[in-house]
Ligand binder design. Structure first.
Ligand SMILES: [Zn+2]
Length: 210
């Protein structure tokens, strides 16, 4: 199975790109946020521990995330390849992932200017029920305020304000740099320009998979 790892700051369009790869290439999509949510809903031991860390305002520890992802990677649906979104976030996670064999690995860093990322995030709307993402500027829901997928309420995320967005952008760049370096040293890193509309960005990304 092939492994495709997407990196990109908040507002880089990484989530959208991951979804398109999933759709067009039949890859499974592995997003840490989804795994966490599933474990918490199932009430597994790891889920309960993760929940406790989140409730106290802390980060979920590496060991816990690594274990949850390791288990996810044992599921039987990955033979056609998989795309990872939001993982690995730390060097330790990257090293743990390298222990999981695959037929070929590529890491792609979607680079986007801060101003563009901030603009995108500030016009972003999300569905409170299903998490579907919309954009005031170029992808509004068909009926204002109502999710096309599930009929839930569509609104800006509470933390999508300018100060919080700039802070998240800065923190991402700082924390992720060592992980990107790690893949660069492995010789599997590509960088693509993530500025501009999603269509052409996706074409650049596609070229790296096909
Ligand atoms: Zn929805």
């Amino acid at each position: 199975m092939k492994r495709f790892i997407l990196f990109g700051a908040p507002g880089s369009g990484k989530g959208t790109m991951g979804e398109r790869i999933q759709r067009d290439f039949g890859f499974a999509r592995i997003a840490t946020g989804d795994i966490l949510r599933a474990e918490i809903e199932r009430g597994s031991a790891e889920g309960r521990q993760a929940r406790a860390h989140m409730d106290s305002g802390g980060l979920v520890p590496d060991e816990l995330v690594i274990e949850m992802v390791r288990r996810r990677l044992q599921a039987g649906d990955l033979d056609g390849g998989y795309v990872m979104d939001g993982y690995p976030r730390t060097l330790r996670q990257a090293e743990a992932l390298s222990q999981v064999p695959c037929d070929g690995e590529k890491a792609v860093f979607i680079e986007v200017d801060e101003e563009q990322a901030v603009g995108r995030l500030l016009s972003r709307l999300t569905c409170r029920e299903c998490g579907a993402i919309y954009n005031r500027a170029n992808k509004p829901p068909l009926r204002p305020g109502i999710c096309d997928v599930c009929g839930g309420a569509v609104e800006p995320r509470r933390d999508d304000n300018e100060q919080s967005v700039r802070e998240r952008f800065r923190v991402y760049a700082e924390r992720t740099l060592p992980v990107i370096e790690y893949y660069h040293r492995l010789g599997v890193l590509a960088r693509i320009d993530g500025n501009g509309p999603a269509g052409p960005v996706y074409e650049r990304l596609r070229g790296l998979i096909a």
